[in-house]
Design a protein around this ligand. Structure first.
Ligand code: CAP
Ligand code: MG
Length: 430
């Protein structure tokens, strides 16, 4: 008598229906397990199956079974019936396609690369509240990258000092001040104080520059506290909230998307902890999948790497992530992503950050163009003449790229940029 029924989840002649979700996995079977058997186990344990045949097995259950329908070396595509999934519940999707399967003995390695989401699944999600055009309209910024900086050192400043650095950042020409991922509400920098003092400085900077200024203030905490913090931001005229989306979790982000949307707040998504599961190229989940989930739920922007800065990531990855977030339709790229039509789901911005300084701005804009949020933090606060000069140097570097001139050429007429290049040149931090 056969013990298991994993083979029932493999059919290499199967064609997915239009309303089925399709996942692309990289996998390595454990010793003694064939590719087909391993593929069957992934499809089974991420849909309806288990390790043994069962006494009660209503025939209708077969309709809910996932099917491994394409095996190409260590890559497998699996189709999932729509009825498996709760409408609008991204956390449940994760429990299925990113759940127990990562721990199976029958697999030496497993990595979720991407999932293609059909319209009947997409329609139950709201996506980003504003879309990139909406963000640009709200911030009155056209034709250039949105710019911002985190006060550095990342944590330790009082709320008053934080607000003053924010003011210098804005007066240097930047659009945003951003909290660091580990700054929430500490004894020396309480959330309420920071909001109140930054609000005053924002209003002053807006008056003096005539430009719209904003901030990504970190509301990450338990969900009831996050709601109160979002309310306080809205009460003080802010148009963004920042959430550490990985550590907060998919379900919390979904709740806060609606709460923030009702308040007219866009969501800046920081991805702290992502590298714990997306850096190993053989096991875990890709940043691509995480970014897709976050656009689906509805953040307005998420960090996507720089390739040239201090954190891991390639140009190709950043380019694919940028397309995933910005485009209405995305084509499949073999073994890297599946085709996706986003239908009514609005666009989101990629965010380049991490070890950037004016000397690296052209490299980053060569990757992303101007449709991004460019965060240069240590790279302005470390400027020989201070924060305001550092922000100016970065704006000068952006102008140079847009005008098609070299930074060295621009530096002859731009003192702040010249000083930045004298300190950092074109150094790529690692
Ligand atoms: C950058 C940063 C950001 C990282 C996040 C930091 O500071 O504030 O959190 O960019 O990584 O704490 O390191 P610097 P990623 O500009 O001073 O390096 O963007 O890859 O998610
Ligand atoms: Mg940070």
């Amino acid at each position: 008598m056969s013990i298991d029924w994993y083979h029932e989840f493999v059919d290499l002649n199967f064609t997915p229906a239009k309303d089925e979700l399709v996942c692309l996995f990289y996998y390595e079977p454990a010793a003694g397990i064939s590719r087909e058997e391993a593929a069957g186990r992934i499809a089974s344990e991420s849909s309806t199956g288990t390790w043994t045949t069962l006494f009660t097995m209503p025939p209708r259950m077969k309709k809910l079974q996932a099917t491994a329908f394409e095996i190409d070396g260590n890559f497998v595509k699996i189709a999932y019936p729509l009825a498996l999934w709760e409408e609008g519940n991204a956390a449940q999707l994760l429990s299925g396609i990113a759940g127990n399967i990562f721990g199976m003995k029958a697999l030496a390695n497993l990595r979720l690369i991407d999932v293609s989401l059909p319209e009947p699944y997409l329609r139950h999600f709201k996506g980003p509240h504003f879309g990139n055009d909406g963000i640009r309209k709200m911030m009155k910024i056209a034709g250039r990258p949105l710019t911002g900086a985190v006060p550095k050192p990342k944590i330790g400043f009082s709320a008053q000092e934080h607000a003053e650095i924010g003011y210098e950042t804005w007066m240097g020409g930047f659009d945003f001040v951003k909290d660091d991922e580990n700054l929430t509400s500490t004894s020396f920098n309480l959330f309420g104080d920071r909001v109140r003092l930054l609000t005053k400085k924002r209003d002053k900077a807006e008056k003096e520059t005539g430009e719209r200024k904003s901030a990504f203030i970190n509301i990450t905490a338990d969900v009831e506290t996050m709601k109160k913090r979002a309310d306080l931001l809205a009460e003080n005229g802010w148009n963004y909230a920042m959430i550490d989306v990985v550590v907060s979790g998919t379900a919390v982000v979904a709740t806060m998307r609606d709460h923030c949307s009702d308040l007219g707040l866009a969501i800046h998504a920081h991805r702290a902890m992502h590298a714990a599961f997306d850096r190993n190229k053989k096991h875990g989940m890709t940043m691509y999948f995480l970014a897709k989930l976050m656009r689906l739920i509805g953040v307005s922007q998420i960090h996507t790497g720089t390739a040239v800065g201090k954190l891991a990531g390639t140009k190709k990855e950043s380019r694919l992530l940028a397309d995933l977030l910005r485009e209405k339709k995305v084509d499949a790229v073999e073994q890297l992503c599946l085709a996706q039509d986003w239908r009514k789901i609005r666009s989101a911005f990629p965010v380049a950050s991490g070890g950037l300084h004016p000397g690296l701005v052209p490299d980053v804009l060569d990757i992303y163009g101007t449709e991004l949020v460019l965060l240069v933090s240590g790279g302005i606060h470390g400027h020989p003449s201070g924060t305001r000069a550092g922000a100016r140097a970065t704006m000068q570097a952006i102008e140079a790229w847009q005008d098609g001139v070299t930074l060295d050429g621009k530096a002859q007429r731009a003192k702040e940029l010249r000083l930045a290049l004298e300190k950092w040149g074109y150094y790529r931090p690692k």
